[in-house]
Design a protein around this ligand. Sequence first.
Ligand SMILES: *[C@@H]1O[C@H](CO)[C@@H](O)[C@H](O)[C@H]1NC(C)=O
Ligand SMILES: *[C@@H]1O[C@H](CO)[C@@H](O)[C@H](O)[C@H]1NC(C)=O
Ligand SMILES: *[C@@H]1O[C@H](CO)[C@@H](O)[C@H](O)[C@H]1NC(C)=O
Ligand SMILES: *[C@@H]1O[C@H](CO)[C@@H](O)[C@H](O)[C@H]1NC(C)=O
Ligand SMILES: *[C@@H]1O[C@H](CO)[C@@H](O)[C@H](O)[C@H]1NC(C)=O
Ligand SMILES: *[C@@H]1O[C@H](CO)[C@@H](O)[C@H](O)[C@H]1NC(C)=O
Ligand SMILES: *[C@@H]1O[C@H](CO)[C@@H](O)[C@H](O)[C@H]1NC(C)=O
Ligand SMILES: *[C@@H]1O[C@H](CO)[C@@H](O)[C@H](O)[C@H]1NC(C)=O
Length: 692
Amino acid sequence: MAERLVLFCLALLFLSRLVLSESDSEFFYSGFHDVGNNMSLNGAAEIENNGILKLTNDTPRLLGHAFQSKAVLFKNSSTGKVFSFSTAFAFAIVPQFNSVNLGGHGMAFAISPTKELNGTLSRQYLGLVNSNDNGNFSNHLFAVEFDTVQDLEFKDINDNHVGIDLNSLDSNASVPAGYFADGNSTISDLILKSGRIIQVWIDYDSSKNQLNVTLSLSSSKPNNSILSLDVDLSPNFEDNMYVGFSASTGLLAAAHYVFGWSFKINGQAQSLDLSSLPKLPLPQKNHEGLILGTSISAAAFMLFAVLLALYIVKRIKNMDVIEDWELSVGPHRFSYKELKQATRGFRDKELLGFGGFGRVYKGTLPNSNSQVAVKRVNHESKQGLREFISEIASIGRLRHRNLVQLLGWCRRRGDLLLVYDFMPNGSLDKYIFDEPEMILSWEQRFKIIKGVASGLLYLHEGWEQTVIHRDIKAGNVLLDSELNGRLGDFGLAKLYEHGSNPGTTRVVGTLGYLAPELTKTGKPTTSSDVFAFGAFLLEVLCGRRPIEQKALPEELILVDWVWDRCKRGAILEVVDPRLGGHYDEIEAVVVLKLGLMCSSNASERRPSMRQVVRYLEGEVVVPEVVAAPEEYDANKSGDHGGEFEDFLHSYPTSSYFEKVSAWSSAEYPDRDVDLEACTTSPLSIAGKGVKR
Ligand SMILES: *[C@@H]1O[C@H](CO)[C@@H](O)[C@H](O)[C@H]1NC(C)=O
Ligand SMILES: *[C@@H]1O[C@H](CO)[C@@H](O)[C@H](O)[C@H]1NC(C)=O
Ligand SMILES: *[C@@H]1O[C@H](CO)[C@@H](O)[C@H](O)[C@H]1NC(C)=O
Ligand SMILES: *[C@@H]1O[C@H](CO)[C@@H](O)[C@H](O)[C@H]1NC(C)=O
Ligand SMILES: *[C@@H]1O[C@H](CO)[C@@H](O)[C@H](O)[C@H]1NC(C)=O
Ligand SMILES: *[C@@H]1O[C@H](CO)[C@@H](O)[C@H](O)[C@H]1NC(C)=O
Ligand SMILES: *[C@@H]1O[C@H](CO)[C@@H](O)[C@H](O)[C@H]1NC(C)=O
Ligand SMILES: *[C@@H]1O[C@H](CO)[C@@H](O)[C@H](O)[C@H]1NC(C)=O
């Protein structure tokens, strides 16, 4: 009887092992059309109708996970040794704005004891770990990362590398992305975020304790791998592990796609035939271009030639002709000759700098001897130029002590020359970023902030029509002789919108200052200006750019970094260290909180400029508790909001930040607070000197 039972149990064991190995130790997906429940997804991950697995789209701060639903038995239970395994998959990373330079943060093939990876973070953490458990052996995590942002925290070698990670995003081995082309023994460069489909093979040989990673742009596996690591994975693996993918975006965002995937235990995974995988739909613009290009390219070329000829003839004829409509425009129209003389023929020596839209020259007007700045904007679209010039009439009438006054203009062929008041102290960015020659004191900074706020309020509300600036940043704030901040370049961004094709919206502005909804709707609002103003507040406070690609990783995105410090209670650590602790802490807290409020991802949560000005003037106290800037529509980010929820829950009761704000808002209306009181207040614990 006992014998039978043992036999029966053995048979059962054998059978279950057999079933396990058949169903889970090998699979092959050429496209994910009908994987059904075989894969489980969370976060932003989804399988599109065309069968492509999309881990994230190009929205900032997303993460997505896609794992094989059933765990894979990875270990021989009698020896405890990990089996050999092999996998091949095809992926593509398509950055936001179709720009190869601006995408993030990357994706990874992962083997993990859980398929949910709850509590992991987006951004540089790639959805694999969080800031607390990075490097903890209890993660039992193995990953091969395809990382497109350089994070110095993890000692990343560059912003385009492949790395092998054990429990930590500090890779145990990494190389710049590359591949061996057919029959070539030197590595060719490969840009991960180029949008091209890349096939990857990851092979682990359990007898040699060796792991190889091989990349290619084709269906056949190159003979040479680009990355190899001698490692015994057995100590790090549990018996049953889940295999899958993870990807994340930060403020730098890209869509991460997987097109096909094969996996096999104790054998070579089948390579994917790239031609039989689902295809990414071409972006709308390229699509049109392609149809046009293939069907009527010859005709288009001829048309182009004719237009070019016409254009050249017109250019010769139309040197500096004043057209009727130009005469109806209000502010002074300078003659080209006058401006050429003023700038001494647009000499390089007179060049003040390169603005967002063109070169700026210093000039002295021959008649009045007054100094001016002349901005030379080149614009190909005559239509856009015409519409813009008709707006100069109104823009030229805007007058405020915190705006750079537009004195007049001139048009010559495709060039638009705008004449502004000369600002002897140049633009603000020179005083706060990198290694400035002169450091602005806190009083000066606060005065500039208040000035810019009231200038922007005037644009938004102080005039008969709302003017949206669209490109607020330190570089567009100029300093007059008394170091007052004045907004420049207002209305100019519009020129570029007018110039684009009707129907397409072109996002104008500077990355890091662009409100998230702007990249979706393309429609600038006063609220998107407020978002940029928030970034501006934080950069003046912290002395850093909103996005620093080379900064320490956790500081990569200024807002995130500031928020992170506030959460930890190190609220005043964010203040520009170059101030040497000499600043008004009450004002600094107001600026910090306003910066965070304005940086909210949800436009309706941002204050209006009128409210901002009242906060800055101390007419209204800032709220005690400021919501997380990332806190936004949970539906959009999937149910994976752990990153944000954590502190939202812990924050209101335990946060040090809250105590500081309670203190400062209570004291704020009365500026002459007894500073001795600070030594017993939570503020002084932050370890910064109190300004006297
Ligand atoms: C899903 O898994 C089942 C068994 O677990 C298998 O029979 C089926 O072929 C799988 N589907 C796909 C699309 O691989
Ligand atoms: C586990 O290892 C033992 C000893 O090397 C071997 O005999 C057995 O076949 C292995 N089992 C599996 C499932 O590979
Ligand atoms: C992860 O979260 C999901 C949903 O909140 C939950 O069902 C699951 O049990 C969690 N997994 C782990 C390992 O905590
Ligand atoms: C690693 O994680 C375990 C379990 O989560 C925890 O108990 C331990 O303290 C962590 N170790 C470190 C060094 O953080
Ligand atoms: C991988 O790197 C981590 C941290 O850098 C280290 O603790 C670990 O021992 C390394 N593992 C192997 C197998 O080299
Ligand atoms: C790999 O090497 C074999 C023989 O060494 C050669 O025939 C084959 O063409 C090579 N394959 C590639 C993709 O380079
Ligand atoms: C091999 O690859 C290198 C690097 O991309 C390239 O410069 C070289 O021309 C290639 N050689 C051949 C024979 O294709
Ligand atoms: C890794 O690559 C080396 C050299 O190309 C090769 O000798 C070895 O067999 C490979 N190992 C695995 C596990 O594929």
